[in-house]
Each structure stands twice: as C-alpha cells, then as structure tokens.
Design a protein around this ligand. Structure first.
Ligand code: LLP
Length: 463
C-alpha cells in the first residue's frame, strides 16, 4: 500500500521520524465513513455514537476492550451482496471471518448461505438454525468425523480439497447410502496481490488441486466415476484482502476453461462455479475497496462471455465474502492506559487489550486507523503507536497513527474495521480474557458473545 512521505513540516514538537504513516488528517475529530460502520457518528457533545448509542455509555455498561458491531450495517451488506449477484447466484458468508449464533440468524433472515470450515463452525451454524442444505463445508484437512457429520446432516456441498479427500468423501457418503453434492477446489495459478499468508491460488501452498499439469482435470475424472459423489462444480478462492479485480477475472476465466474441458471430455456440463471470497475492505483512508456490485458485474460478465464463446450454458455462480460483509461493521473500543513519549521517536499509547484481540497487525503487518472517541480535542496531532498489554514488543494494534497530543489515561479510543478476523482469531495469550461482541442496533445494545471470565479460564484447566 502506498504511503506518503513526511507531512509538510512538523506540527508536533518532535520531528516526525521516518515511518509508515500518512500525514495527520486535517481534523483528527473527523470520522472517515470509509472505515467506520454505517451508523457511527459524533454527536454535539463530541462523543462518538453507534446505532445512536454513546461509546462512553457502552463502555460503562459492557467494559473495555469490547467489539461493537453495527447490526443494521451487517444486514445492509448482506443485502448488497445478495442484490448485486441476483437470484441466479448464491452468496455464502465465510464464517471464519466472524461467526456466532446471532450472525447465523441474521444471515438466514437476509437470505444468505454459509461457508464453514470446521466442526465447530458447523455446530454453531446448525445450532442457530441454518438449514444444512444452505451450508458449504470447506477445509484442506477435514477429519473423517467432520466429513461423516457433514454428510449425515446433509450439507449442501462439500468442497473437495485433495485426491485423498475425493475418495474419503465418496466412501463415507456411500456407507451412509447417500450421494453427496461436491465441488472440487482448484488452484488457478494466480498470484493475488496481498500478504503471502492470505494468498491462496498460487501453486506452492496447501490448498486445492492445481489446474496446471492436468491435475484438476484428473480430479474431475475420478470424482465423476464415484457413486457416492454428485460433482456439481468447480471452486476457486484466490486469497483475501484483494483490491485488484484482475486476479478474480483470471480465476473466473480459468475455471470456465476447465468446465469446457470437462464438457469436451465427458459430455457433462457442471452446473455451478464458486469464485470464493477475498474482496478487500478499507482499514485506512488510503484504501479504496470495490463494491459488491462491481465485483458481481465483472464476474458475471466474464463468466457469461467465456461460456458463450465455448458454447457452454452459463453455470450458477456463487461467492464467499467474509471480510467484506462483517469487517467494516465493527470497531474495537479500548481505554487508554499508560502513555509513554519517546523523544524523537513516537509516543507509545497502551490500551487494555492488544494482540489477543487483534493479531492481524503482528501477523500480517496489517494497517489500522484509530480515533479518540470519548471526546473531541483541538490539540496538535501526535504520532503514536497503539500497543497492547501483552509481554512482547510485537504487541502492536496500530503501528503508526496520529492522535491528539492531549490524550490522557482514561480516554476511550476506537479502532475501526475490526469485524473480521479479530474476535475469530482472538486468543487467551497471557491468560487475558477474550472481549465480548456487542451488537448495536437502533438505540439498543445486546451482547452476542459474552466476555470471557477467569472462571472460563479455570474451567479448562483441569490439572
Ligand atoms: N472462501 C474460502 C475458501 C476462504 O478460505 C476464505 C478465507 C474466504 C472464502 C473468505 O475470504 P474473505 O472474503 O474474508 O477475504 N485471517 C486472514 C484472512 C484469512 C482468510 C482465509 N480464508 C486475515 O485476517 O486477513
């Protein structure tokens, strides 16, 4: 991501050191709607609100750190995806981004389907009443138990990830007297422009079966021969937090090419293709994400055009957005603790959470924004690093940002766009207690995942 050089002349007492930051926003009290959930505002008292509720009141009632999720924004994003793709396509929300029973109910009500990738996610989905046929089961190393259960409950599709799994799922389905609907996940050989750990369509990684060397064609050959399987289509997921549409387009083209080869070889037209998730969101004002209708239009047009050229009937498309639905809908609220100015460097602002509630900065060098939300301030911008309370120096929440120089212990600050892959990747490092997720909607706040307690920690410790 491009980063501007130093701002035009120091405004803070220190000279800004060489770093990875943008110039301070002209008005630190402003909230860029790109990165904040839709109902987030600042009221006349200078306090930030979400769903009409002041963060200071929310902090009193629910404590900090806590994730606050804007339910109306989540539902609106579900509808935007469903509307963008229309009735001839299916949207599967990727549960790994964040899953809870309330989320499953919202998805069900908004007409979305659900992608799960573990027995635990499957349990949550079924427990909250998602019909099994609206669930897709993923994973590069599904256990026999997980497959048995997925087949038994009747999930709508299992996405096969290896040659071994083709046989395993066929065998399990047959032993239950069933024919399981499956897709084959292929790796299309695209280098998605994102962090190495979240790119998944190049060949040297653990997911899927390569299109190269005819391996995917061989997988199709085998799957078509097995009675326990009903091969309904091909799946491709190229990675996550992607802004450039080119990767999705190449992927769509290559998947249609495989469908053509399958038709030519077997006389079978596979009826579905799944083009995965991966659409990026704005974490900072510099990010410029694509909207669901843009990706829908691009994918539908390419698939339509390629199919027409190949004389194929157009398959039903599905997609699996996770981050793009839930990511922008939540922020993490922290209370400021120790503030440590380091002369000539930056000021370290410690908060009451850290890498246990947001590992993404440490793991992927992810960039975030931050704002003072319990009041406004006219003080000078101060270059800060927001850090947690864990026992390592890599415990960074926001690497470089500007906050007002009069920031003080007890102030509330919030980090936006933490709805995806924050609570779902949270840990108990240093025996910290994972924060709650509070859904806020139209003047009401409701805990949907409660804060962990020390009793929860001790309950697992049976030694
Ligand atoms: N479908 C499949 C098969 C996936 O593996 C994933 C994400 C998705 C859909 C959803 O992708 P999304 O739309 O959320 O980008 N923990 C990392 C992201 C890992 C993504 C794993 N797979 C992060 O925090 O950036």
């Amino acid at each position: 991501m491009s980063r501007s050089a130093h701002p035009a002349g120091p405004r803070h007492a220190d000279v800004y050191p060489e770093g990875h930051y943008t110039a301070p926003a002209a008005d630190l009290n402003a909230l860029d709607e790109k990165v904040w959930a839709r109902t987030v505002r600042r009221n006349e008292d200078g306090v930030v609100t979400v769903g009409g509720m002041e963060v200071s009141r929310l902090a009193e009632e629910f404590g900090t750190p806590a994730y606050f999720l804007d339910e109306s924004d989540f539902r609106a994003r579900c509808r935007a995806w469903a509307d963008a793709f229309g009735p001839d396509a299916d949207v599967f929300y990727a549960g790994k981004a964040f899953l809870s029973r309330a989320v499953v109910r919202w998805l069900k009500e908004e007409g979305l389907n659900l992608d799960v990738c573990s027995g635990g996610e499957l349990t949550t989905a079924l427990d909250a009443g998602m019909p099994a046929e609206r669930i897709a089961f993923h994973g590069n190393n599904k256990s026999v138990e997980e497959i048995e259960r997925a087949v038994r409950v009747g999930v709508g599709r299992i996405v096969l990830d290896s040659f071994q799994e083709i046989v395993r799922v066929a065998h399990i389905a047959q032993s239950q007297g069933k024919r399981q609907r499956v897709q084959i996940r292929v790796t299309v050989g695209v280098e998605a422009h994102t962090h190495e750990f979240i790119a998944t369509a190049h060949e040297d990684q653990k997911f899927g079966i390569a299109l190269a060397d005819g391996q995917a064609a061989e997988a199709v050959r085998r799957a078509l021969r097995l009675d326990g399987l009903e091969l309904i289509g091909i799946h491709s997921h190229i990675g996550s937090q992607i802004f450039d549409m080119a990767g999705f387009e190449v992927s769509a083209r290559r998947v249609v090419q495989l469908l053509t080869e399958v038709r030519d070889e077997h006389g079978v037209e596979l009826p579905e293709i799944d083009l995965g998730g991966g659409l990026g969101i704005a974490y900072t004002s510099e990010d410029d994400p694509r909207e669901p209708h843009e990706i829908a239009k691009a994918l539908t047009e390419i698939v339509g055009r390629e199919c027409e050229a190949a004389g194929l009937s157009t398959p039903r498309i599905s997609v699996e957005p996770g981050r793009a639905i839930v990511g922008p809908t939540a922020f993490t609220l922290y209370e400021v603790g120790t503030i440590k100015p380091l002369e000539g460097l930056r000021t370290y602002v410690s908060v009451d959470g850290g890498m246990s509630d947001n590992i993404r900065t440490a793991l992927y060098d992810a960039e975030y924004s931050v704002a003072l939300v319990s009041r406004t301030s006219d003080a000078e911008p101060m270059l800060v690093r927001v850090v947690g309370k864990h026992c390592e120096s890599g415990d960074i929440v926001v690497r470089d940002a500007f906050l007002p120089a009069d920031l003080a212990p007890g102030d509330l600050i919030a980090v936006p766009a933490t709805g995806a892959y924050c609570r779902s990747m949270a840990s108990n490092y240093n025996h910290s207690l994972r924060p709650p997720v509070v859904a806020v909607n139209d003047g009401e706040a409701r805990v949907i995942v409660r804060r962990e307690t020390e009793e929860d920690l001790l309950r697992l410790d049976v030694g």
